[in-house]
Design a protein around this ligand. Structure first.
Ligand SMILES: N[C@@H](CCC[C@H](N)C(=O)O)C(=O)O
Length: 273
């Protein structure tokens, strides 16, 4: 099986080219690929498949995009959207010569996202609306955190904290009320770091703590704007893996940051656990 490996601010992915939709991406295979000791190691998998090769019901408007990003978390679960993944996906498509224009649509389970390849190496994705759904809580290492529930196509709880976030223990999944989060949730802890600058850590549903999360970064920018009574603005968000920019503009969120493909190879699936 051919694969590539890439990352966006150190949120890393195994990329599986599958233009004709022949791969059976069972959860066990995804988990084995993402295993950092016995597999390639990654926070998730990006299957690169032609939209028209997908069976079953397509997300709204998906036909307008030639390529569909089939995203899976490291535990094999399916997620609606991945903000770092879609930039890595775009970088892969461009480098493989599978798209020609610098601006193109990518279909995802959360809908079609427009990607713009910058001349400076950064990639901007129109992430659509980041919707504030109300308040929520999570318990982390025995302490309760209040936050804002935000949908970026996938579910987030963005919790502002006062002190430093570096020492917080995100080694275990935050405890949340399943009645409030029936599909699970990605939990972000963020603090303000100057005017329009935020610092964030995240525990991702299905992947554990990661060094960056694009949808989470959009969620904290939306939560910070909401707390300041603002709708629009630009936020620089620092995560353990780097820095990204979010522009909230007229109800949509534009996410800009780097994305690279670092390796190509051949995988021996029979040797995977
Ligand atoms: N790392 C991603 C988000 C991946 C999906 C998430 N774990 C979920 O289950 O919703 C990003 O960059 O947005």
């Amino acid at each position: 099986m051919r694969f590539a490996k890439g990352h966006g601010t150190q949120n890393d992915f195994v990329i599986l080219p599958d233009p004709d939709g022949r791969l059976d991406l069972a959860p066990g295979l995804v988990a084995a690929l993402c295993d950092r000791h016995a597999g390639i190691g990654a926070d998730g998998v990006l299957r690169v498949v032609r939209t028209k090769a997908l069976g079953g019901a397509l997300p709204d408007g998906a036909e307008e995009a030639e390529w569909f990003m089939d995203y899976r978390n490291a535990d094999g679960s399916v997620a609606e959207m991945c903000g770092n993944g879609v930039r890595v996906f775009a970088r892969y498509l461009a480098q493989a010569g599978l798209v020609a224009a610098p601006v193109f649509p990518v279909a995802t389970r959360a809908g079609v996202r427009t990607v713009e390849m910058g001349a400076d190496g950064a990639i901007t994705v129109d992430m659509g609306a980041a919707r504030v759904l109300g308040e929520g809580t999570a318990e982390i290492a025995g302490r309760p955190y209040r936050g804002l529930r935000v949908s970026v196509g996938n579910p987030h709880l963005a919790c502002e904290v006062d002190g430093p976030i570096e020492a917080l223990d995100l080694g275990r999944a935050p405890a949340v009320d399943p009645a409030v989060f029936p599909d699970g949730v990605n939990v972000e802890l963020y603090r303000r770091d100057g005017a329009d600058r935020l610092r964030m850590r995240v525990h991702e549903r299905g992947s554990g703590e990661t060094r960056s999360c694009g949808t989470g970064i959009v969620a904290v920018a939306r939560a910070a704007a909401h707390a300041s009574g603002r709708e629009d603005g630009t936020w620089q968000v620092t995560v353990p893996g780097g820095e990204l920019t979010v522009r909230l503009d007229g109800g949509r969120a534009l996410l800009t940051g780097p994305a690279v493909v670092v390796a190509h190879g051949e995988l021996d699936t029979a040797a995977l656990g």
